[in-house]
Design a protein around this ligand. Sequence first.
Ligand code: SAM
Length: 344
Amino acid sequence: MNPDQVLNKEELTKDEIVFLLSLQEKIDIEKLYTCANEIRKKYCGDEVHLRGIIEFSNYCEQDCLYCGLRKSNKNLQRYRMTKDEIISTAKKITQAGIKTVVLQSGEDHFYSSSLVTDIILTIKEKFEPAITLSIGERGRDEYEEWKKAGADRYLLKHETANEELYSSFHHKEKLKARLAHIRCLKETGYQTGSGNIIGLPGQNIEDIADDILLCKEMECDMCSFSPFIPSQDSPLREVPSANTDLTLKTIAVARIVLKNVHIPSTTALSTLIGNGAEIGLKVGANVIMPNYTPIPYRDNYQIYKDKKTYDPIEFLNELKVMLDRIGRKVGEGKGHSLKLMLNQ
Ligand code: SAM
């Protein structure tokens, strides 16, 4: 296959996706990144959408083998933010001009349906941002209740499209069950996010191609492709971090295949490479998620080791300078799904 020919095609087959993910020559990889950046510009424009994230609880009832929040990890100091703490953090996010609040936690039923509803209603009433929930698998009735309360989006990554691998990392749970939740969220009317972890042990390039194609099949509105980083307190502590070139190629190929979706330049990527946020934005990403989890909680949201941490106000100032330098700008609206905008 020839990279120029493949990059000129409107639709890519799985073999062509694998081919692009496998490119090794610097000149070919540059062509891939240039193409992804052009497609990002065509479908998303130059706006970079900011999503302020609040990691409000690190309690988790799940035991995912790769994750530092897993319930078997007894070394983690657990915390739960109160409703008032969550609301005052949401205030800081919106006061900074950020128009999306992401509420993320481990799977923690301490936050009952009604408590989550109350938090959504209060944030919406006071500050009117878009709200993304990222709180794991819950019931259809809960998804419906929170949607009615005003939640706009839900992020639930499929993690890996390889059924066997999925079961091996999730105590034999089935990928099908995870996908049923993602489909349910779509049916309930959420702008839905999914995505994978790159560099899981046993994963190959075909699996990553399947991850991208699965996001396409499920018509996800946002897709996160983030690198694996080991947690010292997980059974995968000896597994090396993901290859950053493969991570960047995945973002680029995903942009070329998925076109009008939101793709973040993730904190995990910035943890692995110093200027990760900028590099991610240059190879196809159009979203940044500044972390507003208050001190001292943020140090205990240890999904993986050495998670990048910063003062959000300084981060935002530096980000704006960087965006200016690379010819991009902070998105003015809420940054809703690009698919919804097409249908309006
Ligand atoms: N509990 C929610 C859920 O299951 O969607 C959200 C919290 S969970 C910690 C958020 C994401 O962290 C997961 O979807 C997973 O992709 C990512 N994650 C967990 N461990 C990781 C690791 N070691 N390296 C990179 N990403 C990881």
